[in-house]
Write a protein that binds this ligand. Structure first.
Ligand code: KIV
Ligand code: ZN
Length: 514
């Protein structure tokens, strides 16, 4: 943090709002790995989930509360007794916990969704905060859809919940409707008009439907907000939330304008971004600010010349300050188990015994095909291993594709279905299409392919391809699956099978905002 600056609290909601993106559902272990990375990044508050959504969500929040000690752990709860008690219970093991309760305050949400009168909403909000305070010292309240709520009503509700014990007041632009100047003014007005506003920290939570989430958040910071809710890579409902990396680097780089700063270790930004992308299967667009592959690449000759003469001609930040290349220590064919283990530990991945043996076998296999193994390769290996561990329904056994210019490729695939090996063949428009059709011949799932994307994990033609497949099941549920391999057809088949396994896992969780 820059000397003499006020703290700007970074509240990360990748594991809650981020997970509400279609297909981004994560397992408990995946959430734990991300939470550990967020702790290492220096996030002040981690919103770990919505404990009342399902027993799985409750377990994930609790496991994070047990494991993470350097960040405050927050659980979301609607303004309902059962949700609040469940959140309180999940947070019992936390070194520092927070209950975040919310209720909508905009006319459209109160009338059409809640079917409640404004006075009833106010009463419910106060009761929720009181109950939450009886379970946890640190309570945050959000008037959902504040960005479309009437300012006078917001003032009444916020004054009352601060009186009831809320320490953080979060102003969400739930549908991403606001414009920066007006949104900043809203926060400034609320702070000025509400008599007890000095007893709470004002926070913002902006969605990116008009591409303004970061701009709106920063405008609010200029008007006194001292907490920003954001997600890694801007993940989140619909067009996503404000991107953590952009908020943090804007405030740090433009220290001449902002009177506050965060305690984020910026060198952890890129590794955390890659981890979230690998686990969720949401690739980062190459031209994405800070964490996109091109964010620091200089293509044109004029730019390259300028950067070589004086870096600041075209660069306002240093790539190494946000973690590009910081962690790219390489391993190779001759690296032993101890080196692999040490590198995994340094990445915050603690595995022992059989799990470590399995990753080591895969590492050796990859090292036979690829000269240098980077951190990103290791993350992908572990990710794949964990996915396989969690799925016992389908497993890829064997894949052969014959592809020749001018002919239709044919794939033969062996899939283990609940322990029984089954084989299928199909001809397709391309090798990936043939492989997917061959898998479908075996499993007959009837799913719809909604997205297929391939990214090179590292550089070089021997790089592993990381494939994301999004499938929609017959019940309408959408899931993402990932696979990685130096052969992208194999990576694609692994991704397809990983998505099928996820579709087979029980659903039945509630969405907090419906
Ligand atoms: O977007 C929103 O309003 C939310 C609330 C639950 C804070 O995610
Ligand atoms: Zn949200």
């Amino acid at each position: 943090m820059q000397h003499g600056k006020e703290p700007l609290i970074i509240f990360d909601t990748t594991l809650r709002d981020g997970e509400q993106s279609p297909g981004a559902a994560m397992t408990r272990d995946e959430k734990l790995r991300i939470a550990t990375a967020l702790e290492r990044l220096g996030v002040d508050v981690i919103e770990a989930g919505f404990p009342a959504a399902s027993p799985g969500d409750f377990g994930a929040v609790r496991a994070i509360a047990v494991a993470v000690k350097d960040s405050r752990i927050c659980g979301l709860a609607r303004a309902r007794e059962e949700d609040i008690r469940r959140a309180g219970e999940a947070l019992v093991p936390a070194a520092a916990g927070r209950i975040h309760t919310f209720i909508a305050t905009s006319p459209i949400h109160m009338q059409s969704k809640l079917r409640m009168r404004p006075d009833e909403v106010l009463e419910r909000a106060v009761a929720a905060v009181r109950l939450a305070r009886s379970l946890c010292d640190d309570v945050e309240f959000s008037p959902e859809d504040a960005g479309r709520s009437e300012e006078d009503f917001l003032c009444r509700v916020i004054e009352a919940v601060i009186e009831a014990g809320a320490r953080t007041i979060n102003i969400p632009d739930t549908v991403g409707y606001n414009l920066p100047e007006r949104f900043g003014q809203l926060v400034g007005n609320l702070r000025q008009r509400i008599p007890n506003s000095d007893r709470a920290i004002f926070s913002v939570h902006c969605h990116n439907d008009l591409g303004l989430a970061v701009a709106n958040s920063l405008s609010a910071v200029m008007h006194g907000a001292r907490q920003v809710e954001c997600t890694i890579n801007g993940l989140g409902e619909r067009a996503g939330n404000a991107a953590l990396e952009e908020i943090v680097m804007a405030v740090r780089t433009r220290g001449d304008v902002f009177s506050c700063d965060t305690r984020i270790d910026t060198t952890q930004i890129v590794p955390t971004s890659k981890l979230v992308s690998t686990i969720t299967g949401f690739p980062v667009q190459p031209n994405k600010a800070i964490v996109g592959a091109n964010a620091f690449a200089h293509e044109s000759g004029i730019h390259q010349d300028g950067v070589l003469k004086h870096r600041e001609t075209y660069e306002i930040m240093r790539a190494e300050d946000v973690g590009w290349a910081a962690n790219r220590m390489t391993l190779g064919k001759l690296s032993g188990r101890a080196a692999v283990r040490a590198r995994l530990e340094a990445l915050g991945i603690h595995i022992e015994g059989d799990a470590l043996n399995q990753v080591f076998v895969r590492f050796k296999d990859l090292a036979d095909r690829k000269a240098e193994i980077f951190d990103e390769d290791l993350q992908a290996l572990v990710n794949e291993d964990l996915q396989e561990e969690q799925s016992d329904q389908y497993r890829l056994g064997y894949l052969k594709v014959c592809s020749e210019m001018g002919t239709h490729p044919e794939a033969t695939v062996e899939v283990w279905v609940e322990g029984v090996a089954r084989t299928g063949s199909a001809v397709g428009g391309g090798p990936v299409d043939a492989a997917f059709q061959a898998i479908e011949r075996i499993v007959g799932s009837g799913v719809r392919l909604q997205l297929y994307s391939v990214n090179a994990i590292t550089t070089g033609t021997d790089a592993q391809g990381e494939v994301t497949v999004r499938l929609q099941g017959k019940d309408g549920r959408t899931v993402n699956g990932q696979g990685s391999d130096t052969d992208i057809v194999v990576a694609s088949a692994k991704a397809y099978i990983s998505a099928l396994n996820r579709l087979g896992a029980p659903a039945g969780r509630q969405h907090p905002q419906l």
